[in-house]
Design a binder for this molecule. Sequence first.
Ligand SMILES: *Cc1c(COP(=O)(O)O)cnc(C)c1O
Length: 432
Amino acid sequence: MKFASTRDNRVSVDLSSALMAGLAADGGLYVPRELPNFTAQDFAADESLAAIATRLLQPFFADDPLADELAAICAQAFDFAAPMKALPTEQTWLLELFHGPTAAFKDFGARFLAACMQRLQASNPVPLTILVATSGDTGAAVAAAFHGLPNLRVVVLYPDGRVSPRQAHQLGCFGDNIHTFRVAGSFDDCQRLVKQALSDRGLQDRVPLSSANSISLGRLLPQMAYYAHASIGHWRRTDRSLNFVIPTGNLGNALAAILARACGLPIGDIALATNANRVLPGFFAGSDYTPLPSVATLANAMDVGAPSNFERLRWLYPDAAELRKAFKVRAVDDPAIRATILSGAQYLGEVFCPHTACAVRVLEELRAEGAAGDWAIVATAHPAKFEQIVEPLIGHPVPPPAALAELLARPAHAQALAADYADLVDALARIE
Ligand SMILES: *Cc1c(COP(=O)(O)O)cnc(C)c1O
């Protein structure tokens, strides 16, 4: 399959080129030129997440240099589960996406992208540097996914003092080919430095660079797999389609569900939950799309004022009125996040992370207004990643899952960096 740009449908590149480039040359985002059409029966022989992913992604990889490697890539990337857990509330499940190495859903996309890039880099003698700006979760997932891969290195920039102590520890605990910098500045400063480097041709002649942010097709496409796995399993058990409510920031996770539904999988309604950053809820309520500076909330991985995948949503739904009718989008503010974490622990016996709590709350509102059917709440991170918020509310410790505990037990180190482009260029030149 070939891929076009959201800004120009005459663009036609193969998947591998789109993965390596990140952004299209015209500044748009890569999108598939056509969508395959599946029915749930097409997956009759497939049970595991890796097997479903391989079948689902096969049309996107057709004619690509990586086509023959797809099954191996899926087996390598999807080596942990995405279980559905029934909640005490009727017709409600939790789709747990936090069983990977860094306990958040970004592990799926990061591990898939790493498995692809590892193969694309295999015959290239020059190492490739993946440059990532992170407000917490992305950098850890990318670092864990690329750690130890030959011919690839990762440079992570995070805002010093503005990620949680556990997040900082995860970012700095890898070493080897992972280089972690704590930047004296904000997340926006980190992002600005990365963008400047990625558009600096002179620098890239000396230090070949690529990115791994949430617009990468190599993260977006594999995320469709857990929606396929959950909805097909549900359909087999119940003969009913499954609705999803998704905690949303840059729209990467939600867009994967939307694409999976567009490919014919048994997915019903898709509802989006944001935190107090209201750009999407505002648009869906009828306002023009107006990016805003992000505001800090308890669900910090969703503190986004300009959702980077919005352009892909407009490409799928060129008609704004139709788009506004297609999804319910609600904002959840910090007091409601706190109240939901507390009531979840008291009445459901379930501890939610602040992001997942936004989705829990939105489903409660939709149900109160009469929404029917089977719903899966997408749990994007383990609550132990946000222990400083969750533990005081519920009054007891939340033990980290084994994979996370293992990372936290390693020593961690990050180098200091000024929020200054010349300093970043120096630092990149010094990396072995
Ligand atoms: C990144 C992240 C989100 C937001 O996902 P998007 O794809 O940016 O919409 C939600 N929850 C957690 C825990 C995250 O790390």
